[in-house]
Unconditional design. Structure first.
Length: 190
């Protein structure tokens, strides 16, 4: 049976439980990873204003703590490259439309645009979007925020920062210990 690339990736996505969308699976299987953007990075698909908003959103999803956040790991550039090279035109436009609606939705919820919101308002708004995305599971295409969150997590945890500083990835770990208290480890391991 001869499957198109999209059909094959959709089937692969179903096999892994729908955890990753077909464009993300395709990008990851081809070796694409997030990397901190070069100085003067210019988005290929997003406008400068959309990229600025994306910077703010991913930094709420994975903020900088004792490790760099999603913005510092290059997640906005990762998402822009996904949109440019891996996502179908209709899905690309759907993402851009969802991104364009963020400021208006935040204004309705908090009286200010996402850009002008306080960190607490941004956090509350993103939490609300996440809850709405969870409730919308199973029916039709995923909401904008579900896609944004998926791409942010994949971009972050495939980046050098996410794998080595957040997950403390070791190329050749020592012996296997399946039952170690987290207090001894400090973080999850990749």
């Amino acid at each position: 049976m001869d499957l198109s690339r999209r059909e094959a990736l959709n089937r692969l996505t179903l096999l892994v439980g729908g955890a990753l969308s077909a464009p993300v699976m395709s990008a990851i299987l081809s070796g694409y990873r997030a990397a901190p953007p070069a100085p003067g990075w210019v988005p290929r698909t997003l406008t400068a204003r959309q990229a600025e908003l994306l910077d703010l959103l991913v930094d709420v999803i994975i903020p900088p703590t004792d490790t760099p956040g999603a913005k510092d790991a290059g997640v906005p550039a990762f998402i822009d490259k996904l949109l440019a090279d891996w996502v179908d035109p209709e899905d690309r436009e759907s993402f851009r439309t969802g991104l364009a609606g963020v400021d208006d939705a935040c204004r309705q919820a908090h009286g200010v645009s996402f850009r002008d919101a306080t960190p607490a308002q941004r956090h509350a708004f993103v939490t609300q979007l996440d809850e709405e995305a969870i409730q919308a599971r199973g029916g039709g295409p995923p909401p904008f925020f579900a896609t944004l969150k998926e791409w942010t997590l994949v971009g972050y945890y495939t980046s050098e920062v996410g794998a080595t500083q957040e997950l403390q990835w070791l190329a050749a770990p020592g012996r296997y210990d399946g039952d170690v208290p987290l207090s001894e480890v400090g973080r999850a391991w990749a």
